[in-house]
Design a protein around this ligand. Structure first.
Ligand SMILES: [Zn+2]
Length: 489
């Protein structure tokens, strides 16, 4: 029944997320070519590419509605942040999580217009970091960079691990225009040479003669006039043929993150774009410069299995909470922990981020097997993977010992796979007694009376007829009762 409830929940979640599906514009950034960028592009050979990695703090804000519903999942945040860092690896720019994820519950920000975005960033921006807000609907766009208030808004649906919207918007943050700069909200006229100017800006020619003063001003990004979302062919270029002002035919390069091609086409910044972004950090945003982390401190070794410290193997969890603890993974400062009442994790019911190798999980159900796995990471490296799941069991009857001080009931060995367990009793009085074996539904499977003696005694109980699983041993001794759980494996 419980599993059915989970399934129903899953169906509802899928329906709810589909009902939100909508067409978002690729990018809402309104960004001119800054005077700094004009100056940079006018330098004799730009700036040489910096081989030293720049470490840049980035603050992630995950926004939900007023009820705290609709957050992007922690795992998706981690995986998408990994994609962002991979996209900037060739640029030698490495972002790191300035602080833990900052959660905001505000329906006005969750689905906002530009005014709402301005308010959100004004209210919540952290100093000395690139502030990125992951919301449901950022003013009808996949994302945008808001220069005035200096923040980035991203839609959940365009910021999945295979998307490159995040890289595109951080490119804007670091001064990059679209390669089709000037053509925003303009359409090309098919089969006709483009005009010399569009929106007062020079139209870039195929021969490179005006590349420094047209389009995005970078000479290693070829002409591109496509200011709508487009699909590329296998060579990563557009199927749409455009004509430059000289009447020369060309197609757009969809491999550039700053273009409007589909995410699947994109895989690079150009060398001039990289040089500009590095120089922009060094010259315009020195507050984002940080000391490089210690060499070798970022690599997280592949960890296949959790080395569980708690709960003990085959321990039977009592009460409503359990302490999960594990051997630390080298270089991991944080762990994403998932706990599920089944062994698959395609849908996750309990997800946590902890900054120590331990977690107290309080959402236990009775008579379930819980599975849990960990994803080790640090602020720089969220590209790791999950361990295999470990598991523990809970019962629906609480074990109890209503015995006198100095008396004790034990079941040994526990767990047992030998077809036999022993009832071990420490008693302070002698007399008639009864033991029973019950399943977790409370059904009595075996009953036997015996004579208890003062002191220690050990009674064999055959379990050959019992399938593997959890059982209860109940002892009645005069007016006293004790219940112990045991596992047959
Ligand atoms: Zn853009």
């Amino acid at each position: 029944m419980k599993k059915l409830t989970y399934l129903l929940f899953f169906v509802l979640v899928v329906l709810a997320s589909n009902s939100y599906a909508q067409e978002l514009s690729p990018c809402g950034t309104q960004l001119g070519i800054s005077s700094w960028l004009r100056d940079f592009q006018a330098r004799p050979s730009g700036s040489p590419r910096n081989d030293e990695t720049l470490y840049v703090p980035l603050q992630i804000h995950v926004v939900g509605n007023d009820d705290g519903v609709g957050y992007m999942s922690k795992l998706t945040v981690m995986r998408s942040f990994c994609t962002l860092n991979n996209d900037f690896a060739d640029a030698n720019i490495q972002f790191f999580l300035a602080n833990p994820i900052h959660y905001i519950d505000n329906s006005t920000y969750y689905e906002h217009d530009f005014d709402g975005g301005y308010d959100m960033m004004t209210e919540h921006n952290f100093p000395n970091a690139i502030n990125c807000y992951i919301v449901q609907d950022p003013a009808g766009n996949c994302g945008y960079f808001f220069p005035g208030v200096d923040g980035i808004a991203l839609s959940k649906s365009c910021t999945q691990p295979n998307d490159h919207t995040w890289a595109h918007e951080v490119g804007h943050f670091l001064s990059l225009p679209h390669p089709f700069y000037g053509w925003e909200d303009e359409n090309i006229t098919p089969d006709q040479p483009a005009p010399d100017f569009v929106n007062g800006w020079q139209v870039e020619k195929l021969d490179g003669s005006n590349c420094n003063n047209a389009g995005d001003g970078f000479c290693d990004t070829p002409p591109d006039y496509l200011s709508y979302r487009w699909s590329c062919n296998v060579t990563g270029t557009s199927n749409v043929v455009q004509q430059d002002p000289n009447g020369e035919d060309f197609v757009s390069d969809g491999t550039l993150f700053m273009s409007y091609s589909n995410s699947g086409c994109k895989n690079r910044f150009s060398l001039d774009q990289i040089a500009a972004m590095q120089a922009n950090i060094l010259e315009e945003r020195p507050n984002l410069l940080t000391v490089a982390p210690a060499a070798g401190s970022l690599v997280i070794p592949e960890t296949e299995n959790i080395t569980v410290l708690s709960p003990a193997p085959a321990a039977l969890i009592e009460g409503s909470s359990v302490r999960l603890a594990w051997q630390p993974v080298p270089n991991a400062t944080h762990y994403l922990v998932q706990v599920n009442p089944f062994s698959i994790f395609s849908i996750v019911f309990n997800e946590f981020i902890v900054d120590e190798p331990a977690l107290t999980f309080t959402n236990l159900l009775s008579a379930e097997t819980f599975f849990w796995r960990i994803f080790p990471f640090n602020a720089y490296n969220t590209c790791g993977s999950f361990t295999r799941p470990a598991n523990f069991d809970t019962g629906n009857v609480t074990a109890s010992q209503d015995l006198l001080a100095g008396e004790q009931l034990r079941v040994t060995p526990n767990p047992s796979g030998s077809g036999q367990v022993f009832l071990e009793l420490e008693s302070r009085s002698s007399g008639p007694a009864v033991w029973q074996v019950l399943n977790l539904q409370g059904q009595v499977l075996q009953t036997q009376s015996f004579q208890a003696i003062t002191g220690s005694q050990r009674i064999p109980i055959s379990t050959l007829q019992l399938p593997t699983g959890l059982y209860l041993l109940r002892l009645q001794l005069h007016d006293r009762m004790a219940v112990e759980k045991f596992l047959l494996n």
